[in-house]
Design a protein around this ligand. Structure first.
Ligand code: TXA
Ligand code: MG
Length: 310
């Protein structure tokens, strides 16, 4: 991807003034603001209509920038070496002297941090003097955006600038792992749990059950396209869109697929855009055929399950 330096400069100018701009990442687009500024963070919550108790993820260029704000440990470095920059978010303890706005964590002393891989955002992060608080750039509980057009749909002119970065290559949010003590996965995402287990050489607890809310944002109605979703469907009812993992030999007009050959990474990449498309095509509900529960398929099923509670 070619970097437009004039665009980066413009984003930097707004961020320095504590305004919010949308930034591209390899997972989904984020709604970014200066993580050291109460004013910028207030704006993020207001624009997203996000409840204050649901904390924000903070994005850093690298761990050197993070050392002032959080306590790092052995597990952090193991995972950092292998996956960063990339689609993993760490929950860490905040240091007392940290300058992170208290609004981000709702006064709590734990912080979610991530090192995005997207070259445009990395270039921006390198040029600014603060980390970026950036939750997904959607109104709370709606679908996350995977391109600048998606961001525009939710926010229109309400945000000052969208930094263009093309389509997100992973298309599903980062995996969240709490590594303060015994590692726990709080959200399935862009890196599959098996790969993380291999690096840490241990089994990792999954604490992403929406009925037992551990991360405040793990609410049941997350990731919703705004129409009902029915899972593990064998048939589509009248007027339902029918979503498959792969392309069918005899497609019908209401058939949609996530990956021609059923590749799970490609399916994750296409998930949100396909759900948006179905909604735009005016279907009132979606039947989803069974999706293999392995690799990124687990994260896809997790999102669809939450969306189905709408
Ligand atoms: O891939 C991603 O993670 C994207 C891109 C933009 O980086 N960001 C993203 O942010 O998905 P958001 O805010 O939509 O989801 C972050 C989740 C929320 O469910 C939030 O509750 C949880 O992370 N979270 C944030 N801070 C936390 C903390 N200190 N402890 C536990 N969970 C936290
Ligand atoms: Mg989100």
């Amino acid at each position: 991807m070619k970097i437009n330096l004039a665009h980066i400069k413009k984003a930097k100018k707004y961020l320095n003034k504590n305004e919010c701009v949308a930034i591209p990442t390899e997972t989904v687009y984020g709604l970014a603001g200066n993580a050291y500024s109460d004013k910028a963070c207030e704006k993020i919550f207001r624009l997203k209509k996000r409840p204050k108790y649901n904390p924000l993820i903070v994005h850093y260029y690298d761990y050197k920038n993070l050392k002032d704000d959080c306590n790092l440990n052995e597990n952090f470095f193991k995972l950092y070496k292998k996956f960063c920059p990339g689609p993993v978010t760490f929950i860490l303890n905040l240091k007392k002297k940290s300058r992170i706005s208290k609004i981000i964590t709702n006064q709590k002393m734990m912080l979610a941090v991530r090192f995005p891989k997207h070259v445009v955002t990395r270039n921006l992060l390198k040029k600014i003097k603060f980390p970026l608080a950036a939750p997904s750039a959607n109104i709370s509980s709606r679908l996350s955006p995977v391109c600048s057009k998606d961001v525009k749909e939710d926010f229109g002119k309400e945000i000052k600038f969208i930094l263009e970065g093309g389509r997100s290559t992973i298309g599903i949010e980062s995996t969240i792992i709490d590594i303060r003590n015994e590692p726990k996965i709080l959200r399935l995402g862009g890196i599959d749990v098996k790969t993380i287990q291999k690096i840490l050489n241990r089994k990792i607890i999954l604490k992403n059950n929406p009925s037992k809310v551990s991360a405040p944002g793990q609410s049941k109605i997350h990731y919703s396209p705004g129409i009902p979703i029915r899972l593990k469907a064998k048939k589509a009812k009248n007027e339902e869109a029918f979503l498959f993992i792969n392309k069918k030999k005899k497609p019908k007009s209401n058939y949609y697929y996530l990956s021609k050959k059923g590749n799970l990474n490609e399916a994750a990449k296409n998930l949100y855009s396909t759900l948006r498309k179905i909604k735009k095509d005016k279907y009132k509900s979606i039947a989803v055929a069974k999706i293999p529960n392995q690799g990124l398929g687990k994260a896809i099923n997790d999102r669809l399950m939450r969306a189905s509670k709408f």
